[in-house]
Write a protein of this length. Structure first.
Length: 150
């Protein structure tokens, strides 16, 4: 699964890699914790996420012990990656006494397979019809007296 962040950064959830869209050489591999944290921020974009809830989802639900310090370190890692990619690290807002929020334009990114040229598609369709024409049966339905279709 991939997400486009602010129409510029591409985040690959499965690999934990963030990069400038279309520039694989710019890729930055996030730590597992920072990758899970960024995913939580993305799927809850625009919402304030409580510090304790984030620690539970990113660390404790996966069998790790998390803390306020480890949360701050992961937030810092994501902001540093944003900065390295030339983006605003303050896309992640700190909500004093509460938690964090991602304020970004997010799109679920899907890679579409290349589309064949129209001429090739027409040629393939003609070939299929030509190959199948001897196998086609035609049944005419109407009010005329015709023998039944077989």
């Amino acid at each position: 699964m991939k997400y486009l962040i602010d129409l510029a950064m591409l985040y690959e959830v499965d690999s934990g890699v963030i990069m400038i869209n279309g520039e694989e050489e710019s890729s930055i591999k996030l730590s597992n914790q920072a990758a899970r944290l960024l995913y939580e921020l993305i799927i809850n974009n625009g919402k304030t996420l409580d510090r304790d809830d984030l620690i539970k989802k990113v660390w404790e639900d996966r069998g790790f012990s998390g803390s306020s310090v480890s949360l701050n370190v992961a937030i810092s890692e994501i902001r540093k990656a944003f900065r390295s990619l030339g983006r605003d690290p303050l896309l992640i807002k700190t909500i004093r006494g509460k938690g964090f929020s991602l304020a970004a334009h997010i799109e679920h990114h899907t890679v579409r397979p290349p589309v064949a040229a129209p001429e090739k598609m027409v040629a393939e369709t003609v070939d299929i019809v030509t190959q199948q024409r001897d196998r086609l049966k035609v049944c005419v339905v109407g009010t005329a007296a015709l023998p039944p279709c077989s």
